[in-house]
Design a binder for this molecule. Structure first.
Ligand SMILES: N=c1c2ncn([C@@H]3O[C@H](COP(=O)(O)OP(=O)(O)OP(=O)(O)O)[C@@H](O)[C@H]3O)c2ncn1[C@@H]1O[C@H](COP(=O)(O)O)[C@@H](O)[C@H]1O
Length: 105
């Protein structure tokens, strides 16, 4: 399973019944609900990272990635565009990238 596969699965479930699909249920709640759920999952991952429970962190990290993709779907942001942005940054130092973003403001 790749994140590309998961993004495709989420897009395919967007039109499903909210009674049958967690993805469809979340999307039916709108971008605010998707963002709220992503935030909850991120906080749960943070808690496990701080606690040092790697099994729980692994599970929460999977929830974070799934809910990130659902949030992007809710706003019509393509996963391929996020990957293209990461590719654009590849090979560039993080410090230089931050400076170029701040200069562009
Ligand atoms: N990867 C996931 C995935 N990860 C987490 N979840 C769901 O995300 C939900 C969030 O977990 P919580 O414990 O926070 O849920 P909860 O307590 O019921 O939520 P609240 O009522 O508290 O808001 C759970 O219902 C999980 O089942 C996922 N649901 C779906 N997928 C993928 O999406 C595909 C399509 O799923 P459906 O849309 O359900 O058909 C699946 O085949 C999977 O590949």
């Amino acid at each position: 399973m790749t994140l590309d596969d998961l993004a495709d699965a989420i897009a395919a479930r967007a039109g499903a019944s909210p009674d049958e699909s967690w993805t469809a249920k979340l999307l039916a709640g709108g971008p605010e609900r998707c963002a709220e759920k992503f935030g909850e999952e991120a906080v749960e991952a943070i808690i496990e990272a701080v606690r040092g429970d790697n099994a729980a962190l692994t599970s929460e990290a999977a929830d974070v990635l799934f809910h990130l993709l659902v949030m992007l779907q809710s706003r019509g942001v393509a996963w391929s565009d996020v990957m293209a942005e990461l590719a654009r940054r590849q090979g560039q130092s993080g410090i230089a990238e931050k400076a170029s973003r701040e200069n562009g403001k």
